[in-house]
Write a protein that binds this ligand. Structure first.
Ligand SMILES: CC(C)(COP(=O)(O)OP(=O)(O)OC[C@H]1O[C@@H](n2cnc3c(N)ncnc32)[C@H](O)[C@@H]1OP(=O)(O)O)[C@@H](O)C(=O)NCCC(=O)NCCS
Length: 214
């Protein structure tokens, strides 16, 4: 007998979903985001380069054309349940993009898994905002998208990202050699995952972190 996917049984999350925590909100990209998304990518080009794949020759991912195409593709994949890509915005200002969290490569059947990726604006690091955003996205994966497992891969020299995942509740699974081609090199990655059993009935967003010491 074929496996009935849980997504089909429960219905897919709508593109209008908004997941809000105390300081950030997650929502799907919209066509009207193109100029702000371009400013974000241009401002963060150097910050993101060491952690990103090299774009295809002659393609500028921060051009208006490429961003428009990407947003259309992301909305199409969302409607098909293939990926759920969110802009991270200020919870009081839905139009200000602070970062991005992605649940991609959604696989149903026996796996019920998605791959997690994320980045935040260089000027907004170390405020606990991505900890909040990843908590919201993981909760969305289990509660709204009815997945069983969320997986992430981090380069071993990316201490802040590994500590973030461990803080949120991801479990280190091991090292995958030559796993992803990042900045032009096949890089080993530390694999992390969390399943719905481990996540349990956690609240979707953690409380705000304490203020930094003076
Ligand atoms: C990795 C990355 C996403 C972290 O995002 P972030 O928003 O800075 O993460 P957080 O603020 O939630 O946590 C980072 C640190 O800030 C600290 N922090 C949290 N709130 C704080 C506050 N109010 N004041 C000072 N520090 C604070 C956290 O304790 C944490 O410290 P630690 O790393 O020493 O444990 C970000 O650096 C980034 O975008 N890097 C480039 C892209 C990238 O590496 N993506 C991931 C690829 S796997």
């Amino acid at each position: 007998m074929p496996l009935v996917s849980q997504a089909a049984a429960f219905g897919l999350p709508s593109l209008g979903v908004r997941a809000a925590g105390p300081r950030v909100a997650l929502r799907a990209p919209r066509a009207t985001d193109v100029p702000e998304a371009r400013r974000f990518l241009r401002r963060n080009a150097e910050h993101l380069r060491p952690w990103s794949p090299v774009p295809p020759a002659g393609e500028d991912p921060s051009s208006l054309t490429e961003i428009s195409k990407a947003i259309l593709r992301q909305r199409r994949e969302w409607k098909r349940g293939e990926s759920f890509i969110f802009y991270v915005t200020d919870s009081a200002r839905d139009d200000v993009i602070l970062g991005r969290v992605a649940l991609t490569g959604v696989t149903r059947g026996a796996f019920q898994n998605a791959y997690l990726g994320y980045f935040i604006d260089v000027e907004h690091q170390r405020r606990g905002l991505m900890t909040e955003a990843v908590t919201l996205a993981t909760s969305f994966a289990f509660v709204e998208a009815h997945l069983h497992r969320v997986q992430a891969a981090v380069m071993p020299n990316n201490g802040p990202s590994m500590r973030l995942l461990e803080r949120v509740g991801f479990r280190r699974e091991g090292v995958a050699e030559r796993y992803l081609q990042i900045a032009g090199r096949w890089e080993a990655h530390v694999l992390y995952a969390v399943t719905v059993e481990e996540w349990g009935g956690r609240s979707p967003a953690p409380p705000p972190p304490p203020p930094p010491p003076r």
